[in-house]
Design a protein around this ligand. Structure first.
Ligand code: C2O
Ligand code: CU
Ligand code: CU
Length: 571
């Protein structure tokens, strides 16, 4: 009986070949003036079934690739056309915290946010995604994410594959769980649907394929999954060269057969397909080789008879995408430069401070959270670190939990000094990074410098990039302050509500500071985040708002160790 069923299955496969989807290469938006609109949409990941999604611009899932040139003054408008608040964070990009798109920079439904900044980053692959407090996972796994490619003169001078969509491909991999109504689920342990550039890639065989030319091909890999780590490699254990880590090129190509990417991490690799025209191969995840405690790796043996809780992809090797090798293009790159960059990590002995961030949980047995930093859960109203501008800092991250966590910090790129107090990072991790993966029981020390941007009001974030851990409180925040700045203590409280009147207001706006507060810094911004008024005060006074156009505004005041906020409407 079994063999009859089996042969019918084989016949079906023979007569109904699996649908193959050509890899989608998102269109590019080239700076300096870029508009993004986030909207609600839907996709049929499962034929005939509607999955609701979030996306940017013309896409129904994910968004266009933004191309930034180093030195370019960007002027971006982000329109929120969903029925929920959102933010847009430029992951890995060094910019003022007011334009970083963290959880303090909300874009209300219908509003337009207008960040303006100069691109200071090195050529590499970055990305954008929402960062709304407790809703990052939900919005990102519904499809709100896209690539940013930064170009710079050094990278442009190298003989590397860089023709977008020809020999240079952005490839975002997500692994998701869909509930019984086919909607993306943020907390799923059964994440088994792989999406490659937004197309479903693993049902009944491989459904996403790319036609790559028989020459050196660059792949910009991004793991945008909520929780799963991948251990990338190619079928036949083909060699490839890693050329970049999160925030820039490596000093020299790193030849390897494996690349582990945790959520949030990127790497650029070059695959040499010279002479392979007509053949095909697979991008795979060799997840059987991941250590225990890594989401996506082998799981603990379950007691006999219990129902498996985990995704069937955990701990096995599986195909992600098929690559068909087609004819070589004109001007093909067939060798790689031996020197790519000159990254010089900061000298450990110049560090101003070492901070320790322990990854903790309520007990040593916790597997699915909540997780904390230094035993405290995230609090939007607490600044965890106050960092003087131009500080060179060593952060020591110690994972005291049962699961691995990818740690991410905003504002800076860092260099890994060592793992477990002495093991040098492998060659693929010696470049600029903004996410570092820390297996259970391990520690990592990185060094970085906090340069260029101070803001005593809007903090930058650091968090676990397992989005469910982040939303669940595995996040902290820091402000970078000007020289001599005093008055803000670590662990202070932010954002109590301030009473303002009259509201709506025409000319003079009054606000009531709590008793005993004599000095304060004050700022008025519009809904797009632009600062319209900024001053220090030392008495209760009336603010003249006659010059404001009619609309809605925010008043933010810092006094002593607290922040106070209010909204008001100008008539
Ligand atoms: Cu990719 Cu704070 O985020
Ligand atoms: Cu980020
Ligand atoms: Cu985590």
């Amino acid at each position: 009986m079994k063999s009859i069923v089996l042969s019918i299955g084989l016949l079906l496969l023979a007569f109904f070949p699996v649908a193959q989807t050509l890899l989608v290469v998102p269109d590019t938006l080239v700076g300096p003036n870029i508009s993004l609109e986030m909207h609600k949409d839907s996709v049929q990941f499962f034929p005939g079934q509607i999955s609701y999604t979030y996306a940017y611009n013309q896409y129904s899932y994910l968004g266009p690739t933004l191309i930034f040139e180093q030195g370019e003054p960007m002027n971006i408008t982000v329109t929120n056309s969903i029925e929920d608040t959102t933010t847009v964070h430029w992951h890995g990009i060094h910019l003022p915290s007011q334009w970083d798109g963290g959880p303090h920079t909300e874009i209300m439904p219908g509003d337009i946010w207008n960040p303006q900044f100069t691109v200071m980053d090195k050529a590499s692959t970055y990305w954008y995604h929402p960062h709304l407090h407790m809703k990052t996972a939900l919005q990102a796994i519904k499809g709100a994410a896209g690539f940013i490619i930064v170009r710079d003169p050094n990278e442009a001078s190298l003989n590397l594959p860089r023709e977008y969509g020809v020999d240079d491909y952005p490839i975002v991999i997500q692994c998701q769980e869909y509930d019984s109504n086919n909607q993306a689920m943020p907390l799923g342990m059964q994440d088994s649907t792989i999406l490659v550039n937004g197309a479903r890639a693993n049902y009944g065989g491989n459904s996403v394929y790319g036609n790559f030319p028989a020459q050196m091909v660059r792949m910009r890999l991004l793991n945008a999954s909520g929780e799963r780590s991948f251990n990338f490699g190619f079928s036949g254990n083909m060699n490839f060269s890693q050329i970049a880590s999160d925030g820039g090129l490596l000093n020299e190509p790193f030849d390897t057969t494996r690349l582990r990417l945790a959520p949030g991490e990127r790497a650029e690799i070059v695959l040499d397909l010279t002479g392979l025209q007509g053949q095909n191969l697979y991008l795979m995840s060799y997840a059987s080789e991941l250590p225990m405690g890594v989401q996506g790796g082998p799981t603990m043996p379950m007691p006999p008879g219990s129902t498996p809780m985990d995704s069937p992809l955990n701990g096995i090797d599986f195909n992600i995408m098929q690559i068909n090798v087609v004819a070589q293009t004109a001007n093909a790159v067939t060798t790689l430069p031996s020197i790519l960059e000159n990254n010089v990590p900061y000298d450990e002995f110049t560090a101003d401070i070492t901070r320790t961030v322990r990854f903790t949980a309520d007990s040593a047995m916790v597997m699915d959270g909540p997780f904390y930093f230094n035993d405290s859960t995230f609090n939007m109203d607490r600044i965890d670190f106050v960092i003087p501008i131009n500080n060179t800092e060593i952060w020591k991250l110690v994972n005291e939990t049962m699961v691995a966590h990818p740690f991410h910090i905003h504002d800076v790129q860092f260099y890994i000094l060592d793992r477990n107090d002495g093991t040098l990072p492998h060659r693929g991790e010696r470049g600029r990074k903004d996410v570092v993966f820390i297996p259970t029981g391990d520690s990592v020390r990185f060094i970085t410098k906090f340069e260029d941007f101070t803001d005593t009001i809007i903090p930058f974030m650091y968090h676990c990039h397992i989005l469910m851990h982040e939303d669940d409180g595995m996040m902290g925040q820091f402000i970078v302050v000007p020289p001599g700045f005093v008055g803000v203590n670590e662990n202070m409280k932010l954002s109590e509500k301030l009473v303002v009147y009259p509201n709506p207001v025409e000319n003079g706006l009054n606000f009531n500071m709590p008793e005993g507060i004599e000095e304060y810094d004050l700022r008025i911004t519009d809904a797009s985040g632009r600062v319209l008024l900024s001053k220090n005060g030392n008495t209760m006074e009336q603010l003249d708002v006659t010059m404001l156009k009619s609309g809605s505004y925010y008043l933010i005041v810092r006094a002593n160790d607290k922040f106070y906020t209010a909204n008001f409407t100008k008539l």
